[in-house]
Design a protein around this ligand. Structure first.
Ligand code: 13P
Length: 342
């Protein structure tokens, strides 16, 4: 992928049968992941783990079109001195950078957050573009409860997403626009229909603001949540998730957007795969429908690795399997039987 046009980069990020690996866990978030396998959260362990993932050639070459990095990784070198970003480029995947600085309390809206990071964004993104990043990611966090989200919260987050997107495009980065309506917020017991209603309001506000801030829709990738019941509510079928998610997307996402790459947000690995495949099987969408998973792509590999170098082959096999399953899902071709066939 040699073109520097944001429209071409966005298309490459949603190549057929491929998706995006979200490996941009902040140092605090990777701590939680490493705690779950009793591995110390040192820079060396973070490098060793991510290097192992990026060196999984079968998965990276065939099923991964882009990798979202945390700043540390973008400037880090692999054990043999190769820049980590070169491992990603070698796999013909587009390297990207987490751009936001996290969710902060929104004044005047108790319990509501707005994502920060706009103040020095142009300078930071210019530097990361020079370092080789070709896209960025900004995550707005929308929780559901009796009192949330607030109207002010939806508007402020949509505005920040649009301001971020305009700056990214100005410096040659494709913005991943991620308004996440959380399935695992507090209390996490909402219905799928409540998620649909909130997701619709959030997407409407987001696209209104993107238009107002002159963002080129052909040069973005949308990263939304699927429409799901809260984690503490009863699960529903993949067909119901697919149907309700597609209804919301059809009503609110312009066809100029090249691709929609879902976050996994707390779904199990297989649930994330099954829901994506159901959507692609059900509807010949005007946008590519693919994955941009963190947990749902990495969890089995992380567990198999357990911080031990000798477990790398098993971890790489686990990563390849999930990447392959999600690659099939991006084409609407996954079936439960493929899981056992591995
Ligand atoms: P999950 O797929 O684990 O939700 O992570 C995706 C992501 O990038 C969240 O910002």
């Amino acid at each position: 992928m040699n073109s520097e046009r944001i429209e071409d980069i966005a298309q490459a990020m949603v190549s057929p049968g491929q998706g995006i690996l979200a490996a941009d866990e902040s140092t605090g978030t990777i701590l939680k992941r490493f705690d779950s396998i009793n591995v110390e959260n040192t820079e060396d362990n973070r490098r060793a783990y991510r290097e192992m993932i990026f060196r999984t050639e079968e998965a990276m070459n065939n099923f991964v079109s882009g990798v979202i990095l945390f700043e540390e990784t973008l400037y880090q070198k692999a054990g043999d001195g190769t820049p980590m970003i070169d491992l990603i480029r070698k796999a013909n995947a587009v390297p990207g950078i987490k751009a936001d600085t996290g969710a902060k309390p929104l004044a005047g809206s108790p319990g509501q957050t707005v994502t920060g990071g706009l103040d020095d964004l142009r300078e930071r993104m210019t530097k990361h573009h020079e370092a080789g990043a070709r896209f960025a990611k900004w995550r707005a966090v929308i929780s559901i409860s009796d009192s949330l989200p607030t109207r002010a919260g939806i508007t402020a987050n949509a505005h920040a997403l649009a301001r971020y997107s305009a700056i990214c495009q100005e410096v040659g980065l494709v913005p991943i626009v991620e308004p996440e309506v959380q399935m695992d917020g507090d209390p996490g017991d909402h219905s799928i229909d409540r998620c649909a209603e909130v997701s619709a309001a959030v997407l409407k506000a987001t696209f209104d603001q993107l238009e107002e801030q002159n963002v080129v829709l052909e040069g973005i990738v949308l990263k939304p949540n699927m429409v799901l019941p809260g984690v503490k509510s009863a699960r529903v079928s993949a067909e119901e998730v697919a149907d309700k998610t597609l209804r919301v997307l059809k009503a609110h996402v312009p066809v100029a957007v090249p691709g929609i790459a879902f976050l996994s947000g707390g779904m199990s690995d297989e649930e994330a795969t099954a829901n994506l495949s159901a959507m692609n099987a059900m509807f010949n969408a005007p946008w590519k429908l693919t994955f941009s998973y963190g947990r749902a792509l990495q969890a089995p590999a992380l567990k198999a690795w357990g911080g031990q170098a000798q477990n790398a082959p098993a971890a790489q096999q686990a990563f390849t399997h999930r990447a392959r399953m999600n690659g099939l899902a991006a084409l609407g071709q996954w079936a439960q039987s493929h899981e056992q066939a591995a």
